[in-house]
Write a protein that binds this ligand. Sequence first.
Ligand code: PEP
Ligand code: MG
Length: 833
Amino acid sequence: MSAAVHGERAKCLQRLIRLDMPVPVTVALSFDAVHEAAIGNLPDMQALLAPFGDAPLLSVRPSSQDPDWGGPGAILNVGMNDGRHAELTQRLGSEAATRLYLRFVQSYAIHVAHLDPDEFHLPDVADAGSLKAMLDTFEYETDDPFPQDPAVQAAEVLRSMARAWDGTTARLLRQARGAPANAGLGLVVQAMALGTGQGECGQGVIQFVSSTTGLPMIVGRYLSESKGQGYALSPETKGAMYLTRDARGPALEDICPAQYAELASHGEVCRRRLREEMEVKFTLQDGTVQILDAVRVQRTSRASVKIAVALAQDEVIAREEAVMRVKPSALSELLHRQVDPEADRDMIVGGIAASPGAASGRIVLTAHEAQASAARGEPCVLVRRETTPEDIRGMHAASAVLTMRGGVTSHAAVIGRGIGLPCVVGASDLSIDRKHGAIIAPDGREYKAGDIITVDGSTGQVLDGEPPMLEAVLDSAFQTLLEWADEFRDIGVRANADTPADAQTARNFAAEGIGLCRTEHMFFEGDRLGVMREMIFAEESEDRSAVLDRLLPMQRADFQALFEIMAGKTVCVRLFDPPLHEFLPSDKAGLRDLAEQVALPLPDVMDRVEALAEYNPMLGMRGVRLGIAIPEIYDMQARAIFEAMVAVGKKGVAINVEIMIPLVSAVREVELLKSRIDGVANAVRSRSKSDFDYHLGVMVETPRAALRAQDIVEHAQFLSFGTNDLTQMTYGLSRDDAGRFMSSYVQQGVYAEDPFHTLDIEGVGELISLGAERGRLGRPDVVLSLCGEHGGDRSAIAFCRAQGFDYISCSPFRVPVARLTAAQLALAERVSA
Ligand code: PEP
Ligand code: MG
């Protein structure tokens, strides 16, 4: 019997039986048999019921391949009829027997005959009158008396459960939980274990770890006698008692110590032999323990990590298996605060889930207000139509960011992921009323600046108010699991980190280095923006160099801090990339400030700003093109990098530095820059009288760079595929504007997924493999990597492994998930090899 044929519950029960546990008679129906039942071909009911004797009393429970996919509710006491009622009245007394019958008629009427639940309430008094009334109602509603033949009842139960599985809602629900479209359902038919006799009778559930933390503890309840029947035993179940001794009330351990000890030993056998933490359903029949069922303990993400690690530490499972058992998405949840899954959600608007985690705060509409709010110690949510580099300080100050425009590679999304800030972008149904400082929800509700909202960057939802949250947990089990993952992984994982804080996060998450340091972000910090603007306004090369000389010590200090944090590792610094106009103000007040700062008349400033404007800035004067046209910027950056290397070297810090040129499309660009940067390196070497080495590489983010990779590697020791721009340019799709129509494109199946979110293996992937192949032809030992936002994604990591890449680089907060994913891919390959 396997989970793929009969479902997990059936497989598990079979193993319990083989382990000699006291399990009542059980028969399992396969996925095929249940599928046939759904289309009217029922199994041979006589043969099916034969093992249960002449007057069977049965439970029927679902058994899907993965318990998380759900299934129809269990139906109990199938076989209950007038005759059985009379017999049970003798054994259990009239009240208990009638209650069982009433309960069965109710559940049969609602779930099998699909009658109106309002007509079948359980009466307060279970007596002959109330039973007759319910049976009469059944007959009135169906025109047939309540079926008395157990085989007929069982057949109808099987058919209705089989059909329920095929219903549209059930299908959509399980597909949302990851089930394939053709997932099957098995059914488990089992003899009911009713409490009879003089000794202790009752039913309960027991598990041996906490579902919340995964730590060892006895959890469950026991319900004595027939106070209630069903599997929905919960701490609130009326009359239920504790399992272990408890000051608050009676416990099973007190009244039945031997049975309690027996359950504990069954629990230990289950754990060792089923190699999993199980929730065990049991009954006591006249003091004898019966095990009805054992299912995988429900667990939070935190508990899933703890349980997997503890099972491996106790040598119940191998470390490899522990690594395979934890879903990468569970780690991602642990890294961020989450809205409590139990909390009520009052959704204001939905957008794109751009950076996971959730945070609440007062609405602020400008970066400046965000900083003021942070200074007051008040958490805030920065709401912008879209963010620009000027908003960075505001983003650092905010608890979360919400934008109306943009997709997963927009500025807000990239920065949000980089600094672990919850972020929802592209909430286009929201509007901003600047005049009144408010945002307006699609249903007309108005939220003023200062009102509290919650951004759930894991689901893309924006919520009213402040729902309860679950805190991030990075415990030792989390660290241990990742250390094991590193033993199995065969592709490097680096982080995209721009600031010392990012680098520290990357280091904490054991990134092997920095794969992309976007240096432009350094120019927006503190008073640097002003100096940068002066540089842009300088007319002559010497003036430009003079201004850049003021930026040099600041850049050097940035690199020094970064190198010290990343001591012993590799840092790949990308030279300046964005178009210059991003540093200039767009509104009147900003332009006036700028005129004052550069001591020029406002019209001159406006002319200059206009002259710098481009129709297509992302395809214009940016990246290496700036490096060639205004070489002073790259000269200054190279000098800052080398001087920082010398400075940290003097402190005994070893660091491998790589310099990366963005947006290359022609080999000559690399050739020109290489000789210039080599020149700067030589100057620093002779001035500082110290020696150092560095690697120069190219960011492949234009299709032409991929096509010409063989020439390019003549001057480049590594190639790093920047899949954000490469996707933009391969599709001819603006990464900043595609959000507007992406959802209708995906809904209509034009694109299977948003290619900025999930790497397009067919198109962009072909260009990457072509670039990698040509790069290797030109330089067999060329180091290959991917550093776009796709870097942390399972499909992109799988692709890079298949291409034999050296590493991937992703946002620091995605590093743990990438480490686990890479290990799982390597292990899965081992198993299938
Ligand atoms: C890229 O284009 O893939 C990339 C990593 O660079 P950026 O996002 O800074 O353009
Ligand atoms: Mg790029």
